[in-house]
Design a protein around this ligand. Structure first.
Ligand code: ZN
Ligand code: ZN
Length: 264
């Protein structure tokens, strides 16, 4: 019974933690822009003429809350498992590996998770998977902060899996793992805000990068970094046609040396 109670407490706090971040950050952007500056969308909105219908917004809130609850359940169970001896690469004593490894592994972990998220997202854009699964998330062409995890549960679990897998192979300080997860979640909310914002971190693209993904569908698959799209040629290019029916990540028309759209 003691063990069950321990699991229950961990699951409870994981769910509460995730929901507080999502509702706190999303709520902040919602009130700041969609309530207080609703009358002047051309001054802040990525797509000033497009809005979610009220029932779409409610649906996004429900789906995001449901997925985050499932996510908290799994994260809480994972933490409980670590306490029960689940073998992972996480370490808890900083002195065990020192600063050099801490810095190297933190950067490597972030890059690896972001790369895996790129490939997982790109796979979601395979025609069959897109129609069956990922189209749930793409129903929202003009996104709002609550669209962040408004997606098919299969998609949510896929992203949670690719985020968790590197922890089993790479020795990472546990606070790094927590910081990276919080960072990814917060920036995913901001990237779905629908508000024109650029980041103060040089590696993090502006919100228009993922907003264009929703507006043009099959390009800009990256999560935080634009690097993977640049390397794979799937960053949106000028003079190309994109849309729900143009699969492959490179648009149609144009020529092979079309410039990438510059996101700043
Ligand atoms: Zn997508
Ligand atoms: Zn999205």
């Amino acid at each position: 019974m003691d063990e069950f109670l321990r699991w229950l407490v961990l699951v409870f706090w994981s769910i509460v933690g995730g929901l507080v971040i999502v509702w706190g950050v999303a709520g902040y952007y919602h009130v700041r822009y969609y309530v207080l500056r609703r009358h002047e969308p051309e001054t802040w909105k990525c797509q000033p003429k497009r809005w979610l219908r009220p029932e779409q917004q409610r649906q996004a809130m429900r789906l995001t809350t449901m997925n985050m609850t499932v996510g908290g359940l799994l994260s809480g169970t994972f933490i409980w498992g670590i306490g029960r001896g689940l073998p992972t690469g996480l370490y808890f004593d900083f002195a065990e590996r020192g600063w050099a490894w801490f810095l190297f592994s933190s950067v490597a972990f972030f890059l690896l998770v972001d790369l895996l998220a790129y490939y997982a997202h790109r796979a979601m854009h395979h025609k069959l998977v897109f129609r069956q699964v990922h189209s749930w998330h793409h129903r929202y062409v003009a996104t709002t902060p609550f669209v962040v995890t408004a997606m098919h549960p299969v998609e949510f679990l896929t992203f949670q899996a690719v985020t968790f897998v590197p922890m089993f192979f790479l020795p990472i300080y546990y606070l790094t793992a927590i910081a990276v997860f919080v960072y990814i979640l917060v920036f995913n909310i901001i990237d779905h805000s629908g508000v024109k914002l650029s980041s103060r971190w040089p590696w993090q693209g502006p919100t228009t990068f993922h907003d264009d993904h929703h507006a043009h569908f099959h390009c800009n698959f990256g999560q935080c970094l634009l690097l993977w799209d640049r390397l794979h040629g799937t960053l949106r290019r000028k003079n190309r046609r994109y849309g729900a029916d143009v699969y492959g990540g490179r648009g149609s028309g144009g020529s092979s040396d079309d410039d990438f759209v510059s996101y700043k």
